[in-house]
Design a binder for this molecule. Structure first.
Ligand code: FMN
Length: 223
């Protein structure tokens, strides 16, 4: 098959996007926003893969546990979901101006797989909170481990402020301007993922600390 034919075939495949609702709480505002995200993705003709963080639950990270019993099944489920989809979206609450502990915990577990599954994936971050900042500080903390692991985190993030009053009964964003902003953010991200799918970036190696003197004791690298 020629390269042009391969590109054409890929263009005909719909995008697949993993959407993770990072709060397990009944009536979660972030789960609502994740559900709306999945709905809009479907409306655009792409395929959402909506998952709750509960599906990726793991015990607290401990290298002794890893040595004795390997990486937990919750982390392996997330690894598979990352690989089965073209990109991922995390819709996460903010806890104490940071990300929830269970979310960081599963990121740490998944980072132990080789090939390292976050590398080269595209991600969009969203949050919802009753507060005026919408949980945005939590997303800044979430960017750090993801970018460290080679994920291309989309520059624009969406944080829904006063989220307890923000939804209609049909689970849409009530304010028209905000609803448009939300959809525009999602559309822009999906365009980038579409482009990346057809024109993959040249970067291949994941080196944890690029400038570090090569040493097998400290190296976390793959090519
Ligand atoms: C332990 C804890 C810490 C929280 N810290 C923050 C915070 O720093 N900023 C914020 O906007 N909301 C904070 N909240 C409030 C959450 O935003 C609110 O409970 C939200 O509804 C949680 O998301 P969910 O509805 O998806 O479960 C905190 C809640 C808990 C339980």
């Amino acid at each position: 098959m020629s390269i042009n034919e391969k590109i054409k075939n890929k263009q005909e495949e719909p995008l697949r996007i993993l959407v993770i609702a990072a709060s397990a709480r009944t009536g979660s505002l972030n789960a609502k926003l994740a559900q709306l995200t999945a709905t809009v993705i479907s409306e655009r003709g792409a395929i959402p893969d909506l998952k709750s963080i509960t599906e990726f639950e793991c015990q607290s990270f401990n290298q002794d546990v890893e040595k004795e019993s390997g990486i937990p099944s919750g982390a392996d489920r997330l690894r598979k979901c990352l690989l089965e989809n073209d990109a991922f979206i995390i819709v996460s609450p903010e806890y104490n101006a940071s990300m929830p502990g269970n979310l960081k915990n599963v990121i740490d577990w998944v980072s132990r797989f080789r090939p390292q599954p976050f590398n080269e994936r595209h991600a969009l971050l969203m949050s919802a909170s009753p507060s005026m900042a919408g949980g945005n500080r939590g997303l800044w903390s979430l960017r750090i481990p993801l970018e460290h692991l080679g994920t291309r985190v989309y520059p624009d993030m969406f944080s829904l402020a006063m989220a307890h009053q923000a939804f209609t009964n049909e689970n849409r964003i009530a304010n028209d301007v905000l609803a448009k902003r939300f959809e525009a953010n999602l559309d822009a991200f999906m365009s980038l993922v579409e482009a990346a799918k057809h024109y993959p970036c040249m970067k291949k190696a994941w080196v944890e600390f690029l400038g570090e003197r090569p040493d097998p004791v400290t190296d976390r690298i793959e090519s």
